[in-house]
Design a protein around this ligand. Structure first.
Ligand SMILES: Cc1cc2nc3c(=O)[nH]c(=O)nc-3n(C[C@H](O)[C@H](O)[C@H](O)COP(=O)(O)O)c2cc1C
Length: 206
């Protein structure tokens, strides 16, 4: 059994949420996969202030702020695979997701103690823009760069999907399922994250 955590970086439950749900359902269809979807919307999270207290305390989590981020550390550290979804905001990720990412400075302490902890974790990216070419690829890259900073193993979408699933959902976000290619790509990515998570979890090389 592998655990795949879906993280939705949207401030609303609309297109990114729908695309992430599709990816997680597809991941589950691979069997022996448990998924959970958490949303960053309406969470109270302070951004990192670079005080380095987490490093001085040798903690795997922030030790200055106790907020809605606290429970997310455990979920993230326990997951074998992670799929992060974000709307495209100014050709990049949302402020909510950026805040979430910034709070992982403390993860450095885990890597110091176990250099292979994050390598075994697999990450995939799903993004939704309001225009056809509104910065989906740069947003995927920003999410994948977060995985890079943790030393995680990035799961590419494969042929036709490339670095992650890019969707288009104009207007109020209600037409997400109409982007058939985008949804298919989200499902394809979800399946690949599931397969790759199993491989990485069960490898006896590391
Ligand atoms: C502040 C803001 C900035 C946005 N910037 C972009 C952008 O640069 N490119 C784009 O294609 N869409 C942009 N959009 C549109 C959203 O990406 C689009 O509506 C998306 O489907 C919203 O995702 P959600 O339904 O999960 O909230 C922006 C929307 C907002 C509110």
């Amino acid at each position: 059994m592998v655990k795949i955590l879906g993280i939705c970086g949207s401030p609303r439950r609309k297109s990114s949420y729908t695309a992430l749900q599709a990816a997680l359902l597809a991941a589950e269809s691979e069997g022996d996969v448990q998924t959970e979807l958490v949303e960053l919307r309406a969470r109270k999270m302070r951004p990192c202030i670079h005080c380095n207290k987490c490093l001085r305390d040798e903690s795997d989590r922030c030790t200055v702020f106790t907020d809605d981020m606290t429970e997310l550390y455990d979920k993230f550290y326990e997951a074998d695979g992670v799929i992060i979804a974000s709307p495209v905001y100014e050709m990049s990720i949302t402020a909510q997701l950026s805040t979430f990412f910034s709070r992982f400075r403390s993860a450095w302490m885990i890597s110091v103690k176990d250099p292979y902890f994050f390598m075994k974790k697999v990450g995939g990216a799903v993004v939704v823009g309001g225009t056809r070419n509104g910065g989906q690829e740069s947003t995927i890259q920003t999410i994948n760069n977060f995985y890079n900073t943790q030393g995680m193993t990035i799961c590419p979408g494969g042929s036709g999907v490339y670095a992650g699933a890019a969707l288009w959902s104009p207007g109020d976000g209600s037409q997400t399922m109409d982007d058939e290619i985008g949804i298919e790509n989200a499902k394809s990515l979800g399946k690949k994250v599931a397969i790759m998570s199993k491989i990485m979890k069960n490898t006896d090389v590391i």
